[in-house]
Design a protein around this ligand. Structure first.
Ligand SMILES: [Zn+2]
Length: 533
């Protein structure tokens, strides 16, 4: 037996089998019952939503000799010979878009129907017609012969000239609801004896984005494996992340479970799932969450603004996808922005395997601080470094990561913006701050980047001046450190690696000037014999 693809086999032949367009079907049936038929219709909407099928059923009903409740009877001479009926003329504008094809239609328009009441012209993808073809069609629509009806279908109604639209009765087909798709798929699976899990049915409905034709094509493809269709089979075959998988990712963010999130992404990376499809679905779920927060005013960890930011960043990440870069790396970066960095105290990382100190303890002891330049007026001479030491940079980066949180970051950004725009601060500090961007913040520490690397160097030399000015202006203490964008990217990568390896940041005490002095002295004298005041 010749195999017939499902969507052809189950193409609706009456109004009852059209899925998910109840309002349109009801209106069309009423127009048949009341004999109130227009001369031109336009059916617009996404692909696979039943526009052409509805057009065919409607054409059949128009000429049916004994319509039942506005539906074709399926028994009369016209209904049974529908396929070969010369009074139904189907044109695919995607392949016949020239003015000559329309010219042929128009020439035929003058001919009366051979056996029905009307000649019905179904023009599929009508937006593909050329401008001169549209002009020719318009002339006919302006004064249609009483026995002709045009039904035009399009996925791009915005490309149909307004002069044409204004002469048509318009029906906008909606994407078919998931529940409607599931019900129809279920019916067909039963008829075809296709074994399928319930959640697999739902997944196919989601994947086909409201189009029954796509849903049936997918079902066709999956049923060829001759095994029960499960969610796993779909994920394997379609290279996609299931709706459940997408929800899982969102849940990890809501639960602040960075470890699980990275694990999931790794799995999808290994399976080489289609990245753009993945992002599209994630945006879809995130926008639903955002809308829900707006509606109910309730949220878990992420608020409306967070979801908005997530959506924009995800959309933005699609444009950054480059064949030379692992797309999932960009994706990880986008998502990680939404996690609060776990600390030892809150135990957000389960069973940390080891505790990380960025700097070996001995270096900490030797670290220099800026504080000595401004605060320590001790008479013992100390070598003053021009630049802030590498160690202090590392300590401050580490300490910022210990308790970095998103809400701190938002707060810090506001504070820094206020500071940068203040009229009271020194011009040099102002130009640095205006060039700076807070990238991580805890309640005590900030990491800032400057676009101009010269500013980074200057800022780190002036750290204590900047911090003092900041405190004077905003009455708040931050320990700051400035990095070039390049260095920050490297630090961020290290940080992500550490998270993946379940390492936890712990606070490292900044060396004080007194420590510094003792170190200096220690290197010259035997410390045990020197008393430091
Ligand atoms: Zn009939």
């Amino acid at each position: 037996m010749k195999y017939k693809v499902l969507y052809r086999k189950y193409r609706p032949d009456n109004f009852d089998s059209i899925v998910g367009q109840d309002f349109i079907v009801k209106t069309l049936r009423n127009s048949i019952k009341n004999d109130n038929i227009s001369h031109a219709y336009i059916f617009s909407g996404p692909r696979g939503t039943g526009k052409t099928s509805t057009a065919k059923v409607f054409a059949k009903a128009i000429n049916c000799l004994n319509p039942v409740e506005g539906s074709p009877c399926g028994k009369c001479e016209f209904c049974t010979n529908f396929q070969e009926n010369p009074d139904i003329i189907e044109i695919d504008a995607a392949s016949n878009n020239g003015v000559d094809d329309v010219r042929t239609i128009i020439d035929n328009v003058k001919l009366t129907p051979s056996n029905g009441k009307y000649k019905v012209y179904i023009i599929d993808e009508v937006h593909m017609l050329t401008p001169s073809a549209f002009n020719a069609l318009l002339l006919t629509l302006e004064e249609p012969p009483s026995h002709t009806i045009f039904i035009m279908a399009t996925t791009n109604v915005e490309n149909v000239p307004i002069t044409i639209l204004s002469r048509c009765q318009r029906f906008d087909f909606q994407k078919i609801k998931v529940s409607d798709l599931v019900n129809r798929l279920k019916e067909i699976c039963e008829l075809e004896k296709i074994a399928i899990d319930d959640d697999a049915l739902t997944e196919i409905a989601y994947l086909s984005e409201g189009g029954l034709r796509d849903a049936l094509s997918l079902l066709d493809q999956l049923s060829k494996n001759n095994q029960k269709i499960s969610l796993n089979l779909i994920e394997e075959q379609i290279k996609t992340v299931s709706q459940r998988g997408i929800n899982e990712i969102i849940d990890t963010i809501e639960e602040n479970n960075v470890e699980k999130c990275l694990e999931l992404i790794d799995e999808y990376r290994k399976r080489a799932v289609d990245y753009k499809n993945f992002i599209k679905k994630l945006i879809d779920v995130a926008s639903k969450k955002a809308k829900n927060i707006k509606k109910t005013g309730r949220y878990k960890r992420l608020n409306y603004e967070d979801y908005k930011e997530l959506i924009f960043n995800l959309a933005d990440s699609i444009t950054k996808v480059n064949i030379n870069v692992d797309s999932f790396t960009i994706f990880e970066m986008v998502l990680l922005e939404f996690f609060d960095v776990p600390t030892v105290a809150d135990g957000a990382l389960s069973q940390p395997k080891e505790v990380i100190s960025v700097i070996p303890q001995k270096n900490v002891d030797n670290a220099l601080t800026e504080e000595k330049n401004t605060q320590n007026t001790n008479s013992i001479p100390v070598t003053v470094e021009n630049n802030v030491s590498e160690d202090l940079i590392n300590i401050r980066i580490n300490n910022c990561f210990v308790n970095a949180q998103k809400n701190y970051l938002e707060e810090a950004k506001k504070k820094i913006a206020t500071f940068a725009n203040s009229l009271n601060i020194d011009g040099k500090i102002k130009s640095i701050m205006l060039d700076s961007n807070v990238v991580v913040s805890s309640d005590t520490n900030l990491i800032l980047t400057c676009a101009n690397s010269h500013n980074v160097e200057t800022a780190n030399k002036m750290l204590s001046e900047i911090e003092t000015a900041f405190k004077k202006e905003l009455n708040y203490d931050y320990k700051m450190i400035f990095l070039t964008v390049e260095n920050w990217n490297a630090e961020r990568t290290k940080y992500i690696e550490n998270l993946k390896n379940k390492k936890v940041y712990t606070y490292i005490e900044e060396p004080t000037a007194k420590d510094e002095l003792s170190t200096e002295i220690n290197s010259v004298f035997d410390l045990s014999k020197v008393e430091i005041i």
